[in-house]
Design a protein around this ligand. Structure first.
Ligand code: ATP
Ligand code: MG
Length: 573
C-alpha cells in the first residue's frame, strides 16, 4: 500500500470529543470517524485491525468445535415476549415497526433467535454438543455512549452459544470457551484477566468477565494479592462471618441521647467523637413494595445488587420519606433496629458490632450501646455490602487490591433459562424429553481494539502488537527528492510485498518529520528508514516502534531480518 493512496486522514490536534487515549488515537490516526453518538465508520486501517482480531477469534472458536453462522440483526418482538425480555430490556433496546405495524428490535444479543433456530432442528442427544457462533453488529441504546469504541450503540460482537445434554457437558463447553478466551486476548496483545462477575440481564449463575487492566477501564476489579481470587467489584464477596465471635468487652447499658441536627454518619461521628465503624446504619428499603430494614456498618456501603439477589425480589428501591416515617416513627436519618417490627437483615460485618451507635427511631435522638441479641434481633445475616480495595479476601487470609478494567468478554452458564422459556428440548438417551442446557459467550470485538490501544500506546501514538497491526512494516525514505533513496525504498517495499509481508511505502513528498510522526501515530510495529548516510554504507535503519530502538541492517539482509522478527514476535510485543 502506498501512503499517498491510503485513506487514512491523520489529525495533528486531539479532537475535543475524545477523552481517553484510545479514542483520541483512533481518530488522530485515521482509523475511525464518528457518525452519531456511539456510532462509527471504520476507515481502512481500523477495519484491517478489526478483521485481524476476527481472524484470531474464528481460529480459536473453530478450534473448540464452534461453527460460524450469521443470524438476523432484525428480530421479531414475539420471540422476546416469550422470554419476557421485550419489557426487561427496557430503553436499551432499539425498537422498530414495519409497514404492517409489526414490532421488531435490532438485536442487542441473540439468545432468543438462536434458541428458536436450534429448537426446530435439534431433536436428539446425538446432535449434541452444538456450539454456534457469529461475528456481527449489535445494537444497544446505551444511556451514556462514550469513549469511542469502548461503549458504542452500534458495536461488533462475537457471540457463541453452546447446547449440551446436561450440566456436566455444559461445564466442558464453558471451560473450553474460557480457555479459548484467554488465548484470544493474549494473541491480540491484550492479556485479559478472568474475574467472577454478575450475570445481569442475560441470566444464569456462573459467569466470568474478561478484563483488560487499564486506567481508562469503567469497571473496578478486585483481586487477591495472595491467591487467585478476582472479581468485579460489584460482585466481590465479603469474608463470611466467623462462627464464634467472642467479644472481650462488656455490654454497656443502653442509653438514649439527644443528637439535634445530626442525622448523617458524618454528623454523628463528629458530634460524638466516634469512628464511623462504631455506628450501625439502618436503611429502609421497599422490596416488591414491602418495607425491610438493612443493617450495615457505618463505614460500609450497601450493595443493592446483593440485597436484591438475597431477597429474591423483582423491584428494590430505597423507601420514600413517608414510608420511613411510618415504619420507624422518625424522619430520615434517625432509624435504628431497636423496636422495629419490619423484617431486619444484617450484613455480616454489621452483625458483630458491639455497643454500637444507632438511630433511636425518634427525631433528634440516637441510642448508645446497642447490641444484637439483647436489644434487637435480625431475620438473617448475609453478605450485603460493597467490597473495596483493602478488604479481606473471601477465599484466603490475604487482602484485596483494586485495579481498573475494561470488560472485553464474558462467558455465562445459562442452564435452561432460555430453552425452557422457548420450549427447546431434545430426547435423552433414555427417551426422556428435556430442555437443552445452554451457555453463551461474548467478545466485544470493537471494544477489544480500544482495550489493546489503552494498553499499547505512548505520547507519540499507537504501538500495535504485530498480531493485529493494520500493516507490519512502513518504509520511509528520508528525502523524497533523492532518487537513490526513493528507488531503494520502492525496491525494499516490493521485496517485502513479494515475501508476503504487509507493508506501506511512504511515497509522499513530505518532510521527514511529518512522515516519522505519522508512522509513530499510526503505530506500525517496524519502520525501515532509508537515509543518505546509512545507505552510503549499504545499510538501512530498522526501528522497533515499541522501544524506538534502531539497528542498522545491510540492505541485502533486510527481508530475511524482518521475516525473522515476524517469526519471533516477542521483539515487538
Ligand atoms: P457492559 O457491562 O460493559 O455494558 P455487558 O456486560 O452488558 O457490557 P455483554 O452482554 O456481556 O455486555 O456483551 C459481551 C461483550 O460485548 C462485553 O463483554 C463487551 O466487551 C461488549 N460490549 C457490550 N456492550 C458494549 C458496548 N456498548 N460497546 C462496545 N462493546 C460492548
Ligand atoms: Mg458483560
Amino acid at each position: 500500500m502506498l501512503m499517498s493512496e491510503l485513506y487514512s486522514p491523520t489529525l495533528r490536534e486531539t479532537p475535543a470529543e475524545a477523552e481517553i487515549a484510545s479514542h483520541q488515537l483512533m481518530l488522530r490516526a485515521g482509523l475511525l470517524r464518528r457518525s452519531a453518538a456511539g456510532i462509527y465508520s471504520y476507515l481502512p486501517l481500523g477495519l484491517r485491525v478489526i478483521r485481524k482480531i476476527e481472524k484470531i477469534i474464528r481460529e480459536e472458536m473453530d478450534a473448540i468445535g464452534g461453527q460460524e453462522v450469521l443470524l438476523p440483526i432484525i428480530q421479531p418482538a414475539e420471540l422476546w415476549h416469550e422470554t419476557g425480555r421485550w419489557s426487561d430490556y427496557g430503553e436499551e433496546m432499539f425498537r422498530l415497526t414495519d409497514r404492517q405495524k409489526r414490532k421488531f428490535c435490532l438485536g442487542p444479543t441473540h439468545e432468543e433467535i438462536i434458541t428458536v433456530l436450534v429448537r426446530s432442528e435439534v431433536r436428539s442427544y446425538r446432535q449434541l454438543p452444538l456450539r454456534l457462533y457469529q461475528i456481527q453488529n449489535k445494537y444497544r441504546d446505551e444511556i451514556r455512549p462514550r469513549f469511542g469504541l469502548m461503549r458504542g450503540r452500534e458495536f461488533i460482537m462475537k457471540d457463541m452459544y453452546s447446547f449440551d445434554r446436561d450440566e456436566k457437558d455444559l461445564d466442558k463447553s464453558y471451560w473450553a470457551a474460557y480457555r479459548a478466551y484467554e488465548r484470544i486476548f493474549k494473541r491480540c496483545g491484550a492479556p485479559a484477566r478472568p474475574v467472577e462477575a454478575d450475570s445481569g440481564a442475560i441470566g444464569g449463575d456462573v459467569t466470568h468477565e474478561f478484563m483488560v487492566l487499564a486506567d481508562a477501564g469503567e469497571d473496578l476489579v478486585l483481586y487477591c494479592s495472595t491467591c487467585e481470587y478476582a472479581a468485579n467489584a460489584v460482585q466481590a464477596e465479603g469474608r463470611p462471618r466467623q462462627a464464634a465471635v467472642s467479644h472481650p468487652a462488656q455490654m454497656e447499658e443502653l442509653r438514649k441521647i439527644a443528637t439535634p441536627g445530626a442525622s448523617t454518619i458524618e454528623e454523628i461521628t463528629s458530634l460524638l467523637e466516634i469512628k464511623a465503624e462504631e455506628c450501625l446504619k439502618t436503611l429502609i428499603y421497599l422490596a416488591d413494595g414491602k418495607p425491610v430494614g438493612v443493617l450495615i456498618r457505618g463505614d460500609h456501603s450497601l450493595n443493592e445488587l446483593k440485597l436484591q439477589k438475597f431477597l429474591d425480589c423483582e423491584a428494590l428501591e430505597l423507601a420514600d420519606d413517608e414510608t420511613i416515617l411510618k415504619t420507624t416513627g422518625a424522619p430520615v436519618g434517625f432509624a435504628g433496629p431497636v423496636g422495629l417490627t419490619i423484617p431486619l437483615y444484617a450484613d455480616y460485618d454489621a452483625a458483630d458490632l458491639f455497643n454500637a451507635v444507632t438511630g433511636a427511631n425518634e427525631a433528634g435522638y440516637h441510642l448508645l450501646n446497642v447490641n444484637m441479641g439483647r436489644d434487637y434481633n435480625v431475620a438473617s445475616f448475609a453478605d450485603l455490602r460493597e467490597i473495596n480495595p483493602g478488604d479481606p479476601c473471601p477465599r484466603c487470609d490475604g487482602f484485596l487490591k483494586g485495579a481498573r478494567g475494561i470488560e472485553v468478554g464474558q462467558v455465562f452458564k445459562l442452564g435452561t433459562k432460555y430453552s425452557e422459556a422457548l420450549g427447546a428440548t431434545f430426547l435423552r438417551e433414555d427417551g426422556e424429553e428435556t430442555p437443552l442446557v445452554m451457555g453463551c459467550y461474548g467478545i466485544g470485538v470493537s471494544r477489544t481494539v480500544a482495550a489493546v490501544i489503552e494498553q499499547n500506546h505512548d505520547q507519540d501514538g499507537i504501538i500495535w502488537p504485530l498480531s493485529i497491526a493494520p500493516y507490519q512494516v512502513i518504509v520511509v525514505p528520508v528525502n523524497s527528492r533523492d532518487p537513490k533513496q526513493t528507488e531503494t525504498a520502492r525496491l525494499v517495499y516490493q521485496e517485502l510485498q513479494a515475501a508476503g509481508i504487509e507493508v506501506v511505502l511512504d511515497d509522499r513528498q513530505e518532510r521527514p518529520g511529518v512522515k516519522f510522526k505519522d508512522a509513530d501515530l499510526i503505530g506500525f510495529p517496524l519502520r525501515i528508514t532509508i537515509g543518505a548516510k546509512s545507505l552510503a554504507q549499504g545499510n538501512l535503519e530498522l526501528t522497533i516502534r515499541k522501544d524506538k530502538k534502531t539497528i542498522f541492517v545491510p540492505k541485502k539482509e533486510i527481508v530475511a531480518h524482518i521475516k525473522g522478527i515476524l517469526k519471533d514476535r516477542e521483539i515487538c510485543e
